[in-house]
Ligand binder design. Structure first.
Ligand code: AR6
Length: 170
């Protein structure tokens, strides 16, 4: 099985790469972004200045600095504003572009948070399906990353992903 599920804090994980649900400036913020910047240290924001920001649906790579994770992929999810198709495409693009970087870098393990489902208000059930479908299709077609972990921080997201996992086993 190349997809796993975890309930916990993404900033604690000792892996090749974690993904950050960032804002376009890449200068840090609240939620998972704030937690990552806090633990990675000020050097992360310093480095991010050189990345020139990040558009919605794009992804950019940095090292993990003081985190246990060796690398961080910063991606900017869509705000949920009821423009369904564009937002769906943008959220799928966050996962796809992050997976593409992990493939190019031959990362063994890539860990995603539940992008856009906090401050950006994306409905968690819709977001979990987009995350799972984009990732499972990518893994079928590519050898890297070898493993993807969906790191949930709240039980509601965890239960939604569990439902998807169960439906895949039928
Ligand atoms: N580990 C794993 N997941 C976490 C953690 C953590 N330490 N902390 C929160 N989450 P959000 P967004 C989950 O708001 O919706 C920021 O201010 C959280 O439970 O972090 O993409 C940025 O700077 C939720 O399920 O990201 C942007 O401005 C998920 O991470 C904006 O928020 C995403 O929630 C991005 O909003």
């Amino acid at each position: 099985m190349r997809i796993e599920l975890l309930l916990g804090d993404i900033t604690d994980l000792d892996v090749d790469c974690i993904v950050n649900a960032a804002r376009p400036s890449l200068m840090g913020g609240g939620g998972v972004d704030g937690a990552i910047h806090k633990k990675a240290g000020n050097e992360l924001a310093e480095f991010c200045k050189s990345l020139g920001g990040c558009k919605v649906g794009e992804a950019k790579l940095s090292s993990g600095f003081n985190l246990k994770s060796k690398n961080i992929i910063h991606t900017v999810g869509p705000r949920y504003l009821f423009k369904k198709q564009k937002e769906e495409d943008d959220l799928a693009s966050c996962y796809y572009q992050s997976l593409l970087i992990a493939k190019e870098r031959k990362f063994y393990t890539l860990v995603f948070p539940n992008i856009s489902t906090g401050a950006y208000g994306y409905p968690k059930d819709l977001a979990s399906k987009i995350a799972f479908n984009t990732t499972s299709k990518f893994l079928l077609e590519n050898d890297f990353p070898r493993k993807v972990i969906f790191c949930c921080f709240d039980t509601e997201n965890m239960e939604l992903y569990l439902e998807i996992f169960k439906s895949q086993l039928l």
